[in-house]
Write a protein that binds this ligand. Structure first.
Ligand SMILES: N[C@@H](CS(=O)O)C(=O)O
Ligand SMILES: [Fe+2]
Length: 212
């Protein structure tokens, strides 16, 4: 992670998804990720359904991960669609930066402490619970702990735009009651607006262990 750069350019508010991607590509040209700068660019991008509609695919049983952009190999930009009551299991982020911007609805993030060395025996400890509203951006990396994200509404869906850098394809999932972990491979429900098929395509997200 980097401190603020001297003479850094001022990034204007991205007016559409293409402009957001252009700005992000510029920001990630350097190997030095300035977290506050990325967060502020994502915050200044105001959610319009017309920007994300074509990537938004819902599944009646599970939240979906839909690839929007591969960021020249530096990051993945992913639209996540959360049906009523859907959520992720508790998981880590494979040493990546993770930005989460709410595009529609509200999402609850529950942050947990990493399980202690005697993992597999003790109930996991909650550090913080926060609701994230439309256009807000949350940030996490493994030094913060591990988390789960949920759409707690039973009547409204939710949509969020996530940026992961560097991109990752697997992470660890944790059992809340014991802290026991298991590695999970994650893939995409769709890529660039098209449904993905093949091995792993349906089992594409970080689910609660009992839903695996
Ligand atoms: N990190 C999760 C989504 S969330 O619960 O933060 C994923 O990429 O599927
Ligand atoms: Fe996450």
């Amino acid at each position: 992670m980097c401190d603020s750069r001297v003479g850094k350019p001022y990034f204007k508010e991205p007016s559409c998804m293409e402009e957001l991607i252009e700005t992000l590509n510029t920001l990630f040209e350097s190997d030095c990720v300035n977290v506050e700068e990325v967060q502020s660019v994502m915050e200044n991008f105001k959610s319009k359904e017309s920007d994300w509609r074509r990537f938004a695919k819902f599944d009646p049983n599970r939240y979906t991960r839909n690839l929007v952009d591969e960021g020249n190999g530096k990051y993945n930009l992913i639209l996540l669609c959360w049906g009523e009551g859907q959520g992720s299991g508790i998981h880590s982020h494979s040493d990546a930066h993770c930005f989460l911007k709410v595009m529609d609805g509200t999402l609850r993030e529950t942050l947990y402490e990493w399980p202690s060395k005697s993992e597999g025996r003790t109930k996991m400890k909650v550090k913080k619970i926060a609701d994230c509203e439309m256009d807000q951006v949350a940030y996490i990396n493994d030094s913060y702990g591990v988390h789960r994200v949920e759409n707690t509404s039973n009547v409204e869906t939710a949509v969020s735009l996530h940026l992961y850098s560097p991109p990752f394809e697997s992470c660890d999932c944790f059992d809340e009651r014991t802290g026991k972990k298991q590695s999970v491979k994650i893939t995409f429900w769709s890529k660039f607006g098209e449904r993905t098929y093949g091995v792993g395509a349906c089992k594409s997200a970080v689910y609660q262990p009992e839903n695996n």
